[in-house]
Ligand binder design. Structure first.
Ligand code: HEC
Ligand SMILES: [Cu+2]
Length: 353
């Protein structure tokens, strides 16, 4: 007779206390884990077909893995409990062969095939295959640490914005993603994905939002010091509202807006000599080292998520951006006086198409 390996009653007190601590830790981890199941970035709350497919695969895999886990643990416990039996070498070999063929070949072939049956159609849906209707194209370019978003197909000419992504709801959209510097990743968890943004290469992913609404997104590949502060505000609009949104951002309209108001003449000059090397504002400059600012006043946030947009927020950003988002790629402007920064902020906030 073999001795039993584990005997709870025989564990010294101190080990039982340690076990209790581990149990408590597990409960905390499970609660924390479940806290991630809701919210605007939860893959478990899909808002588009691609995301629903991914979640289905996830549930299938979790269920299957749980069954396998329970089966393996049960066999393991059974192996401890079972009485020792004498076997001939031949019998031993036969049993070993059964395990290799059943558990090592048949089971994996079955499970991988089952997974592929779910996985292949789901992956295919996210490919930019022809579907007999024109598909909206939106280009997204990752920068350290902000997002450039372009609409090359907009009627009346390309539209550019940053740190916000507006898409039409209820239709497929092809996202052409790339990077201007290091590797980033494009991921809107509730819509599906994700896909790498690689410098020198354009990757394409097709996603669809069922309903108009706001969806969270965040760079999903570590890209340097401020990776955590690289949020993307995603909003799906009805087709008509989407087209109106694009039309408001036609470059002539934006230029008109930027050049309006005599009060802002000084601010525009300051911008031209201090900021235009990096930023574009339609009608004034066309640099892409920093985010396009032509519609900045109408955007929901600043610094890719570090500040909500409200009155005075741009001045606050200009004064404090290196503390709010340390080592971001915009040089500090603390050599400029408060009045100048205030007028720059007021002018930029007036850029609301
Ligand atoms: C050397 C290039 C450079 C110069 C010069 C520069 N910026 Fe920036 N700016 C950037 C970069 C890069 C970012 C993005 C920082 C980030 O979020 O990581 C940025 C961000 C911003 C933002 C926030 C944009 C957003 O979408 O959240 C504003 C507003 C802004 N700059 C205004 C200005 C103004 C006004 C000036 C001139 C006084 C200026 N910048 C000068 C590079 C520059
Ligand atoms: Cu990143």
């Amino acid at each position: 007779m073999r001795e039993r390996f584990l005997d709870h009653a025989a564990l010294p007190c101190i080990q039982r206390a340690a076990l209790r601590r581990v149990n408590r830790l597990m409960v905390i981890l499970v609660v924390l884990g479940l806290a991630g199941c809701a919210g605007d970035r939860s893959i478990l709350d899909p808002a588009g077909q691609a995301a629903r497919d991914v979640v289905l695969i996830w549930w299938v895999m979790l269920t299957f893995a749980t069954v396998v886990f329970i089966a393996v643990i049960s066999l393991w416990l059974y192996a401890f409990k079972r009485k020792y039996r004498e076997r001939t070498l031949q019998q031993e070999r036969r049993i070993a062969r059964r395990w290799v063929i059943g558990g090592g070949i048949l089971l994996p072939v079955f499970s991988v095939s089952a997974l592929l049956m779910f996985g292949v159609p789901a992956g295919k849906r996210m490919l930019p295959l022809p579907i007999g209707q024109p598909v909206e194209v939106i280009e997204v370019i990752g920068h350290q640490w902000w997002w450039e978003v372009r609409y090359p197909g907009a009627q009346g000419g390309e539209v550019v914005t940053s740190n916000q992504l507006v898409l039409p709801a209820g239709e497929p959209v092809d996202f052409h993603v790339t990077s201007a510097d290091v590797i980033h990743a494009f991921w809107i968890p509730r819509l599906g994905g994700k896909i790498d943004m690689l410098p020198g290469r354009v990757n394409v992913i097709r996603l669809e939002a069922d309903e108009p609404g706001v969806y969270g997104a965040q760079c999903a590949e570590f890209c340097g010091a401020q990776h955590t502060h690289m949020d993307l505000h995603v909003e799906a609009l009805e087709r008509e509202a989407y087209e109106a949104w694009l039309e408001d951002r036609q470059s002539e309209r934006l230029a008109e807006l930027a050049l309006a108001g005599d009060d802002f003449t000084q601010a525009r000059e300051t911008f031209a000599s201090n900021c235009a090397v990096c930023h574009s504002v339609a009608g004034l400059s066309s640099a892409t080292i920093g985010p396009d600012l032509s519609d900045i006043g109408a955007r929901p946030m600043l610094g890719a998520g570090v500040l909500p947009m409200e009155e005075g927020a741009i001045q606050y950003w200009l004064e404090n951006h290196q503390t709010l988002k340390p080592s971001n790629k915009m040089p500090s402007h603390d050599y400029m006086d408060t009045a100048t920064l205030e007028s720059l902020g007021a002018w930029l906030e007036s850029l609301t198409p």
